[in-house]
Design a protein around this ligand. Structure first.
Ligand code: SAH
Length: 397
């Protein structure tokens, strides 16, 4: 059956042959350079998308500012955006019910990967935090639908909006502060893998915690032993998980507020962990020179490659970290090494670790080659949705 044409009430964006090919291959983005015409299309509106000959390709959300001008939300004509958004949110919640267990915290909506481009929603126990990344998701009627459907589905005590001012600027959206959208509650305690964490909805980095590592925390805890070092520990995600299995754990981070929260989290779980405020690169060098040795080292640095142009420097940084950690691991020790730069592929990261091990003459046996938790789904046709690498390896010699 031929696809239904877009309704005449929906504005139409015409895209180039290259743009159409990308969509036919399953991607959901059309770059501005592939827009042939977008006459009279306002910022953040729902549009029908056609190829140059006028063949209907689907429904999308339009941005007048982003280089990603069009983000597809359906291959069909979706004249009722409200119903579509509600269905998408219901589906996102339903998917988490299937794949998430042993926690009251997870990512509920992951933008493109849930066919809701520009919307991220995280749940920490009874608090929801949402982040809006595009003009279309920022429109008042759309916000109202999102908040109403999330409330109905999940009955949170409060919904908090976390604003990234840089993204709003890029999308040419007026500045607005982070804050409560519904309800007063802004802090709570959540549990994952039986470890408890404080959550402050209006503080912390990104959406406040690193839910994408949830399954990797549990995996790391299965291998961790002896004396452990958690480098780039933030609020103690890995440190607190591996503490169950280790004789001693030290967490390192350059952020004092993160370490203060880490200490509160340790107290909440009745754990004693040493927290060190330091630059990880310097500390690893100093500890290695001082002859310190560990049985378990976790490396979970921030994204070094924020764009493709930083790739070489980033790879160098990752290698350097792994090299320094490998020097300090005892035979039989465990390296848990993570990389959250999308621009570094899983194969490339494995190679970084391989070369680092070779340079320090250590033999590594990979126990697990992991990625992001299942509540951060990967859409195979949208490679940008896959970003986290987590390798767990034994030092054999
Ligand atoms: N492992 C953490 C997440 C780490 S996020 C978790 O599972 O929750 C990256 C962390 O690296 C942040 O907390 C940031 O403060 C810290 N950081 C960034 N640059 C650093 C540096 N040069 N030295 C030490 N920590 C650094």
């Amino acid at each position: 059956m031929p696809p239904k044409p877009a309704s005449s009430s929906v504005p139409v964006v015409k895209i180039s042959r290259r743009g159409a090919k990308r969509l036919q291959e399953g991607h959901v983005w059309v770059y501005r350079s592939d827009i042939v015409s977008a006459d009279g299309v306002g910022p953040g509106t729902a549009v029908g998308v056609t190829d140059e000959r006028g063949k209907f390709l689907g429904t999308a959300l339009y941005s007048s500012a982003s280089q990603i001008a069009v983000r597809m939300i359906s291959t069909r004509a979706a004249n009722d955006l409200q119903t579509l958004l509600r269905e998408r949110i219901q589906a996102a919640v339903g998917y988490r019910e299937k794949v998430v267990s042993d926690t009251d915290a997870c990512r509920v909506v992951f933008s493109e990967a849930d066919f809701l481009p520009g919307l991220i929603v995280d749940r920490h126990n009874d608090l929801l935090s949402m982040q809006i990344l595009t003009q279309a998701m920022d429109a008042d009627p759309v916000r109202q639908i999102i908040v109403s459907e999330l409330s109905q589905q999940l009955k949170p005590a409060a919904i908090i909006e976390r604003v990234d001012p840089r993204i709003r600027e890029l999308e040419q959206l007026p500045a607005r502060p982070s804050g409560s959208i519904q309800g007063d509650k802004a802090s709570t305690v959540f549990t994952m893998n039986q470890v408890r964490f404080h959550f402050e909805g209006l503080e912390g980095q990104k959406t406040g915690s690193f839910l994408d590592q949830r399954e990797n925390y549990a995996a790391a805890a299965r291998y961790a032993h002896g004396e452990a070092l958690d480098v780039f520990c933030y609020q103690g995600g890995f440190a607190l998980h591996i503490a169950q299995a280790c004789a001693r754990v030290t967490g390192v981070d350059s952020s004092r507020p993160a370490l203060e929260m880490a200490e509160r989290n340790a107290a909440l779980n009745g754990r004693e962990i040493e927290w060190v405020e330091a630059n990880a690169f310097d500390l690893l060098r100093d500890y290695a020179e001082a002859g310190r040795r560990y049985d378990t080292i976790v490396l979970d640095p921030p994204a070094f490659a924020k764009s493709k142009s930083h790739l070489e420097t980033a790879l160098h940084g990752y290698k350097e970290l792994n090299l320094r950690a490998l020097k300090m691991l005892r035979p039989g020790g465990i390296l848990v090494t993570c990389c959250c730069s999308y621009h570094v592929s899983p194969v490339q990261y494995l190679d970084v670790v391989r070369v680092a091990a070779r340079d320090v003459h250590r033999n590594l046996r990979v126990a697990e080659n992991r990625g992001q938790a299942r509540d951060h789904p990967i859409l195979l046709n949208v490679p940008e949705t896959e970003y986290l690498k987590c390798i767990i390896a034994y030092v054999c010699d």
